[in-house]
Ligand binder design. Structure first.
Ligand code: MG
Ligand code: MG
Ligand code: MG
Length: 305
């Protein structure tokens, strides 16, 4: 069985796939974690910290048994995923559009991170993750919950992360989180074209496609210096893909505020739905850090009502 996260792999997609495959191997279900693409710098930092090799990158899963983590929509899988047998899903997002012709094992919980659910799967099976795996899982929870400051954070996430830190031998989660966040904030030498695609997800709303990327940074200074270059790349992507809107959320994980860049057929509609207003392809979202909880539901009701 192959275990895989979503496109544009983040910490959760990478670490939860590795951790889940390791659990399956412990309980006699042979499994291999794979990636749909190059992991982001924060995920690479975690791999390095835990001393893990990067799993194989595969963009085809036709004919395979698969278990997916951190999503439940076809759009975030490989282009041939409908030709695979989806055996199970672990996720913490809104329910997507995947359906199957056979029963499957679903672990979908409203928590801050898929790794929190995988941790509870270990408990369910009365197993414990190896220290290196525990470190990956802890890092994924730190990332997805913005070190427990994000609005998706639950008690279950905290409990899992602290238990995993203990197994991993990490004394101070705050110190670990700081190094992890610095790794993802180092964007000086990253091109605008790469930045706009980092952590990008494409959502379909009332037949329109809306692409939303997110950069989580300890400071927005460098990103704002690259704003004009990013808008050029976003305009190009929008034209190539025929999106209704292309957004890049610049989220300051120190102040917990977001500045959004937008190219859109109707930028006012998007900004208004989020109680903001656009000025020169930019709008401000104070107090917003979570795309899944503070952005998507509001856009969905604006587009689908
Ligand atoms: Mg994710
Ligand atoms: Mg996640
Ligand atoms: Mg995220």
């Amino acid at each position: 069985m192959l275990v895989l996260g979503h496109q544009n792999p983040d910490c959760d997609s990478l670490c939860s796939a590795i951790a889940l495959a390791a659990l399956f191997n412990k309980i006699g279900r042979p499994a291999t974690p794979i990636l749909q693409g190059k992991p982001n710098p924060e995920a690479l930092f975690l791999l390095d910290c835990a001393g893990f090799e990067q799993p194989e990158i595969r963009t085809s899963v036709a004919g395979e048994d698969i278990f997916i983590v951190d999503y439940s929509d076809w759009g975030q899988g490989t282009s041939d995923m409908k030709k695979a047998r989806v055996r199970g899903i672990v996720d913490h997002h809104k329910l997507g559009d995947i359906t199957t012709s056979e029963p499957l094992e679903c672990w979908i919980w409203p928590v801050g991170c898929s790794a929190t659910i995988v941790y509870n799967m270990y408990k369910f099976h009365e197993k414990s993750p190896e220290p290196a795996i525990a470190k990956l899982m802890m890092g994924a929870i730190i990332s997805d919950t913005v070190n427990f400051q994000g609005p998706t954070t639950t008690e279950l996430d905290k409990r899992a992360a602290f238990a995993l830190a203990k197994i991993a031998g990490v004394d101070d989660i705050k110190v670990f989180a700081k190094a992890q966040f610095e790794a993802k904030s180092d964007i000086k030498n990253v091109s605008a074209a790469e930045l706009i695609l980092r952590d990008q997800k494409v959502f379909e709303m009332a037949g329109e496609k809306i692409a939303i990327g997110q950069l989580e940074l300890t400071s927005l200074t460098v990103a704002l210096q690259k704003k004009d270059e990013m808008l050029v790349e976003m305009r190009q992507l929008q034209a190539d893909k025929g999106y209704h809107s292309t957004l890049v959320l610049l989220t300051d994980i120190t102040t917990l505020d977001t500045t959004a860049l937008i190219i859109s057929k109707d930028a006012d509609k998007v900004a208004n739905a989020l109680n903001s207003s656009v000025e020169g392809n930019v709008f401000e979202l104070p107090g917003v850090v979570s795309r899944k909880k503070q952005i998507i539901p509001f856009l969905q009701s604006a587009f689908e009502s």
